[in-house]
Design a protein around this ligand. Structure first.
Ligand code: FE2
Length: 153
């Protein structure tokens, strides 16, 4: 690759990584807000139901956009190409996107007849998967960044 092309590719990769990391912060913030509301709902405070449903819709919308952006940018695959040690983890992360899309759809349907206590259990389990997932992605992205700055220059 000639140096100018390589620079453009690097800059694009860096812009993509920043955008993804910023998505992670936004999603995590929404997750924290929802965690507080779910605790109230499970304790019987139904006054925050509308707020919860709005946040859940917003979270789901942003999560789907985020996964699309992550997949279309190809940054995870690029990280795996540059650093084969990330390969298996990246494959797992991309598979998890499908599972998480399904889980967030199910959560978006609300507690149904099963009540907010049951919803809280499902929410907490999704939250733990989400946080582990995004943390692993941050590590892959950070590893790719360190390789870039320590790389060909
Ligand atoms: Fe992500």
């Amino acid at each position: 690759m000639n140096p100018a092309t390589e620079d453009r590719t690097k800059n694009q990769g860096e812009a993509d990584r920043h955008a993804l990391e910023s998505d992670h912060k936004t999603l995590r913030g929404l997750m924290d807000q929802m965690g507080g509301l779910v605790a109230k709902l499970a304790a019987g405070d139904s006054s925050v139901e509308t707020e919860m449903s709005g946040l859940l819709d917003e979270f789901r919308r942003l999560l789907v956009l985020h996964f699309d952006r992550e997949e279309e940018s190809g940054v995870l695959e690029q990280a795996a190409e540059a650093q084969p040690r990330f390969g298996r983890r990246v494959d797992e992360l991309l598979l998890e996107h499908g599972e998480m899309r399904q889980s967030v759809d199910e959560l978006s349907a609300g507690p149904g007849g099963r009540g907010w206590g049951d919803f809280q259990t499902r929410f907490d389990s999704f939250r733990s998967v989400f946080e582990t997932h995004e943390q692993a992605e941050n590590e892959v992205l950070m590893g790719a960044y360190l390789d870039d700055i320590g790389g060909h220059d």
